[in-house]
Design a protein around this ligand. Structure first.
Ligand SMILES: [Zn+2]
Length: 428
C-alpha cells in the first residue's frame, strides 16, 4: 500500500485507440446502476478450470437402512473393512441427510427450516455403497461405508466443519424416497477451506468517477469494489454477464497497454470465472452476432455450456415473440449431449447464436413464451437419431461441472417437456 495519498494522482490523458471491451457496473451501492470502469481486458475473468476433486469416503454410523439403501446393502457382502477393499457393491444417485434437531433446544445457529428438512441438510451424490458391518452404536444397526461426493453450493451454504447438533439423521433419496436413518456420520463434516479467489487485474482500465473516488481513498478497507461485468462489442453495445467482481483494490499503475490507462489490481475476483476456452466465444461476439449455425459444434460440453451462456447474455431485448403456429427446424447433427441440445434449440428458434434455455429450468421457462417463440409451435427435429443415441438414461457426470452431476436428462424427458408445452415435435 502507498504510505500516503490514494492510488491515483493524475488521470488527465486517456487512450483513444484501444478497444475497451469490458464495462464494470455497480448495481449494488446506490439506487441506480453506475458505470465504474471500462477496460481492455480483465485478467482473471477467463481461467483454466480446476480439476475435479476426488470422491471422498463417508460412514453412516448406527444406520437402520430402508428402501434402496437396504437393497444396496443386501447386494453388498458383509462384513467389509480395510483398505484396498473398495470395489463398489451398489450405487445410489443421492443420499440426503436431514439432521433431526432436539426440539427441546433452540435450533442451531444459522439453521433455516424448510419443508422437509432444514438448511443443515447435506446431499451426498454419486454414492457407491462399499459395504457394511455391525455397528458399535447398538445391536441390529450397521455402519455403512460409502464413497461419493458432497454437493457444495456456496451460494446456499458452505458445509459445516463439525456435525450439526442432531439426534439422528433421516436419510432419503432424490425423489424423497426414505433410505432409513443413521445416528451420526464420519467423513462428511470437516474443515473444507473456502476456495481462494485468484487476484484480478483490470488491464487497460479507464476508471469512471465512482472508481476514481475509491482509488483516492487511503484506507484499504474502503477500497472494496463490487461490480457486474458487461461485455462491450465493437459497436459499443454492452451486455450484462452474470460475472460479479467483488474484491478490494490493492494497486493501480499506468497500464502496460497504454500509459494513459491504468492496470488496477484487486485482491480477489470472481466466484465462477469463465473457463479459459470461452474467451474465443466472447471474441466472436465482440465482432458481431454469429452469422452461421453450429459454430459451437466442435466444442466440448463445458464450452457448449459457455456458448449457451453467451447466447443468453447477448439475446436481443424487447423483441416480441414470433406468433404461434410457426414451424422451427432444429439441426440435430451435433446434439451429442444436453449442452448441444441447448445450443441447437437456441439456434432453431432464434437463429445463429440464438438462446432458448441453457439448463432444464431455463428451457422450461423459454417454452412458456417471451423468449422468441409463442406456443403452440411445431419443431422439426432433423437427425433426431443423434440425440436418441446420446441422450439416454444413466447418470450424467460432465467433466466441466460437478454441480450438474445427476441422473441424465434424456431425449424422452425433452420430448415430454415439449409435449406438455403444446409443441409438436417431428423427429426426422
Ligand atoms: Zn437445521
Amino acid at each position: 500500500m502507498p504510505a500516503s495519498g490514494g492510488l491515483v494522482e493524475d488521470l488527465s490523458t486517456w487512450a483513444q485507440d484501444l478497444p475497451l471491451r469490458w464495462l464494470l457496473v455497480d448495481e449494488y451501492t446506490g439506487d441506480t446502476d453506475v458505470a465504474v470502469a471500462v477496460c481492455a481486458d480483465v485478467d482473471g475473468l477467463f481461467v483454466a478450470p480446476e480439476p475435479l476433486p476426488e470422491p471422498e469416503r463417508y460412514t453412516l454410523v448406527g444406520c437402520a437402512p430402508a428402501g434402496p439403501l437396504r437393497e444396496a446393502l443386501d447386494a453388498a457382502p458383509a462384513p467389509h473393512d480395510g483398505p484396498g477393499d473398495t470395489e463398489p457393491r451398489a450405487w445410489l444417485p443421492t443420499v440426503m441427510l436431514d439432521p433431526v434437531h432436539d426440539p427441546q433446544r433452540p435450533a442451531p445457529h444459522g439453521c433455516q427450516r424448510y419443508d422437509p428438512g432444514c438448511s443443515c441438510s447435506e446431499e451426498l451424490f454419486d454414492v457407491e455403497v462399499l459395504g457394511h458391518r455391525p455397528s458399535a452404536a447398538r445391536d441390529g444397526l450397521v455402519d455403512v461405508e460409502v464413497r461419493g461426493r458432497l454437493r457444495i453450493l456456496p451460494e446456499m451454504h458452505w458445509p459445516l466443519a463439525r456435525p450439526p447438533d442432531a439426534q439422528r439423521f433421516l436419510l432419503h433419496g432424490r425423489e424423497n424416497e426414505p433410505l432409513g436413518v443413521c445416528r451420526s456420520t464420519t467423513g462428511i463434516f470437516h474443515h473444507r477451506p473456502y476456495p481462494t479467489e485468484q487476484p484480478v487485474t483490470l488491464v487497460g482500465c479507464r476508471p469512471e468517477e465512482p472508481l476514481l473516488k475509491l482509488l483516492r481513498r487511503r484506507s484499504f478497507r474502503k477500497r472494496h469494489l463490487q461490480a457486474t461485468v458487461h461485455a462491450v462489442d465493437a459497436t459499443g453495445r454492452a451486455v450484462r454477464t452474470y460475472k460479479v467482481l467483488s474484491a478490494v483494490v490493492t494497486a493501480a499503475t499506468p497500464s502496460r497497454l497504454d500509459p494513459g490507462l491504468l492496470d488496477i489490481t484487486l485482491d480477489g475476483g470472481f466466484d465462477e470465472p469463465f473457463s479459459d476456452g470461452a474467451r474465443e466465444i466472447y471474441d466472436l461476439w465482440y465482432a458481431g452476432r454469429p452469422s452461421r449455425r453450429n459454430l459451437w459444434a466442435g466444442y466440448d460440453r463445458g464450452l457448449r455450456h459457455e456458448w449457451a451462456g453467451a447466447a443468453l447474455f447477448h439475446r436481443p431485448q424487447d423483441q416480441p415473440d414470433r406468433p404461434p403456429g410457426r414451424t422451427y427446424h432444429l439441426d440435430g447433427r451435433f446434439v451429442t449431449d444436453i449442452e448441444g441440445f441447448y445450443c441447437a434449440i437456441g439456434e432453431a428458434v432464434n437463429g445463429p447464436g440464438g438462446y432458448f434455455g441453457w439448463n432444464l429450468d431455463a428451457f422450461d421457462d423459454c417454452l412458456r413464451g417471451g423468449w422468441g417463440a409463442r406456443r403452440p409451435f411445431r419443431l422439426v427435429w432433423h437427425h433426431a437419431e443423434v440425440a436418441r443415441r446420446n441422450l439416454v438414461p444413466g447418470y450424467d457426470r460432465p467433466a466441466y461441472d460437478l454441480r450438474s452431476w445427476h441422473p441424465a436428462f434424456t431425449l424422452d424427458d425433452l420430448l415430454g417437456m415439449f409435449a406438455e408445452a403444446g409443441v409438436t415435435v417431428e423427429p426426422r
